[in-house]
Every structure is written in C-alpha cells, then in structure tokens.
Design a protein around this ligand. Structure first.
Ligand code: DQA
Length: 148
C-alpha cells in the first residue's frame, strides 16, 4: 500500500534557524524537511512537507490530506493553542494524526500547555527539536500499519 504522509507546519516555522534559537535551535525548516525525507525513505513513505502562516490555508491542507494522504503530522505553531477551526478540520480528517512540537510546550508559558490539536491527535511528541519529526514519522508508520 502506498504510504503518503502530509506534514504541515504552521506560523513562524519558516523562521526556524533564526527565530529564538535558544528555544528552537539552529536547524532551519529545510533541515527539518531533509530529516523527514531521509526518515521517510527508510519507512518507504512519501511525504508532502508544507508550511503556512495562514490558518485558513492550514485548514484547507488538512482537508486535502483526508483525500491524498494515509496519515498526517502537524506542528501547528501558535495555532495549536488557539484554533478551533484547525481542530474541527483535524476531527473530520479520518486519518491517523501525530502532533509534533520542537520545544517542550509543558516547560514554557502556561498558555502553551493547552493544545486544541491534541484533542484530535493520536499522540504528541515535543521537546526533541527536529528529531521529534523523525520520531513522529515512525509513530505514524505504526498507526497506518495498524489501520488506526
Ligand atoms: C511550537 C510551540 C508553539 O507554542 C509555538 O507557538 C510555535 C512552535 C514548537 O514547535 O515548539 O510556534 O509549535
């Protein structure tokens, strides 16, 4: 079975590498994408890796993933903590969903501890920088194989 996975990144993640490096590290989003592509190859997956600063565009991409992908991994950035629209799209997605964050959101400001995305995700990985995306892809591979 073809394993196409959609990897969506939300606002400000295009600034990785220069954005608060003490929190997010020195890796750029292109570096994270390269990690994902390498991991995907070992898992015989294809990945569609995207980033947007716009909530509605992310909603549209989640809707598309339902048609085009067998699984979804999302780092919704700040929309994680605010977006009911994104939550509703994820709840309608009918695909295994892994939530990922570069930083440990439980070790930061209190408002980052609430995640709307978590209400729709099978699981969440945070605090491991770009490596978390690799861990997330492995988890997604297992979920897809299990027919989750
Ligand atoms: C983030 C954590 C969010 O709280 C923040 O708004 C981000 C990045 C992370 O990857 O650690 O933009 O999702």
């Amino acid at each position: 079975m073809a394993k196409n996975v959609s990897i969506l990144n939300g606002p400000n993640l295009n600034l990785l590498g220069t954005r608060q490096p003490e929190i997010y590290g020195a890796e750029t989003l292109a570096d994270v994408e390269a990690r994902c592509r390498e991991a995907a190859q070992t898992l015989s997956m294809t990945v569609d890796f995207r980033q947007s600063n716009h909530e509605g565009e992310l909603v549209t991409w989640v809707q598309q993933a339902r048609e085009e992908a067998q699984g979804l991994m999302i780092n919704a950035g700040a929309y994680t903590h605010t977006s009911v629209a994104l939550l509703d799209a994820l709840l309608a997605c009918q695909r295994p969903i892994v939530e990922v964050h570069l930083s440990n959101i439980h070790r930061r400001e209190a408002f980052r501890r609430r995640s709307y995305v978590s209400l729709a995700a099978h699981g969440m990985i945070c605090g491991f920088g770009g490596h978390g995306y690799v861990l997330g892809l492995r988890a997604l591979d297992r979920l897809i194989a299990d027919g989750a």
